[in-house]
Write a protein that binds this ligand. Structure first.
Ligand code: PSU
Ligand code: MN
Length: 305
């Protein structure tokens, strides 16, 4: 393919380029969570700092993905980070080519776009907060996040606190099974529900160390399949199930009542949850994102051995 036409070929920051050239550990981070679509200011800036620092503390290099002036980037300068914190255009994998063709000023990447960019750059480990999945009511709306197929189609380990709890988690697990994605539980037997450690659904396979996670990717049955590693939110940061479940149901109902569809659904529901929990969802979100970044860094370091 003509290299000029590849929309997944990212501009690498100097530190990311150097780490990759030297075969050192790199962890990709998505940027939707760091924009105001994912978290309100200033929590979004805090999240960016703590996630990057968690990766650095373990000896890996963070590579935040974003679109700037139409081009995908992996690794950002401080000025570029400022633009991304204010980004409002969500970029899924399918939007990468549109963003390039129309030279979008700033685009923030979702899980699907970020795993595609990580794959193209040779980065095998990626951390996020929670992946998108099958939405509640999808039998009527057809709303299934492109994150799931992207994880199935790029050989990258995605580290997340499960899928966001306002999704249809049983159907999300079924979809991942159909798509051929190994779903692993990090030192845990249950599929996490983002704000709570367990959804009550068993995770297909428990793993207890980073080397096993690397091996699951290494021995993948298809050259392209990724791995989903689910990591429960730290105990101290969990929001009790009794507090969160009614809030989640109300937030989903509110988005349906407001007629919100497409990529706008997730940011709408997240903002609603924040309001209904009096902001308690934000520190929980930060804590799990930071924890996921740290586990991802451990895996990325193990991968280089
Ligand atoms: N989880 C969060 N905040 C977010 C997202 C997930 O706590 O902002 C974002 C991620 O970028 C994920 C995207 O990839 O939402 C999924 O969007 P959709 O459901 O439209 O596919
Ligand atoms: Mn959707």
């Amino acid at each position: 393919m003509n290299r000029e036409l590849s929309v997944t070929e990212a501009v690498l920051s100097d530190d990311v380029a150097q780490a990759l050239a030297e075969g050192r550990a790199v962890v990709a981070l998505e940027s939707t969570i760091f924009s105001t679509l994912g978290l309100p200011a200033p929590a979004n800036a805090d999240a960016l700092e703590v996630c990057k620092q968690a990766v650095l503390d373990l000896g890996a290099t963070p590579a935040v993905a974003a679109i700037l002036d139409g081009r995908p980037h992996l690794g950002l300068t401080p000025d570029e980070e400022k633009r991304v914190l204010q980004g409002r255009r969500k970029v899924a994998e399918r939007d990468l080519s549109v963003a390039r063709a129309q030279k979008w000023d700033v685009g923030v990447t979702t899980v699907s776009a970020t795993v595609a960019l990580a794959h193209a750059a040779g980065i095998s480990v990626f951390a996020t907060g929670g992946i998108g999945g099958v939405h509640r009511g999808s039998e009527l709306t057809g709303d299934i996040s492109a994150d799931l197929d992207a994880i199935a189609n790029h050989p990258v380990i995605t580290v997340s606190a499960g899928a966001k709890a306002f999704l249809d988690l049983p159907r999300t697990l079924e979809y991942l099974e159909t798509a051929g994605v190994p779903v692993l539980g990090w030192q845990h037997d249950w599929f996490p529900a983002f704000y709570t450690r367990s959804s009550g659904l068993p995770v297909p396979h428990r793993v207890d160390d980073e080397h096993t996670v690397c091996d699951v990717l290494r021995y993948r049955a298809r050259p392209t399949t990724g791995v989903l590693l689910t990591v429960p939110i730290p105990v101290a940061d969990e929001i009790p199930e009794s507090r969160i479940s009614a809030v989640l149901a109300a937030a989903v109902d509110a988005s349906a009542d407001a007629g919100v569809t497409g990529p706008a659904v997730t940011p709408y529901v997240l903002a609603r949850i924040e309001k209904e929990t009096d902001g308690q969802s934000i520190p929980a979100n930060l804590a799990l994102a930071r924890n996921n970044a740290a586990i991802a860094a451990r895996i990325a370091v193990a991968m280089t051995r």
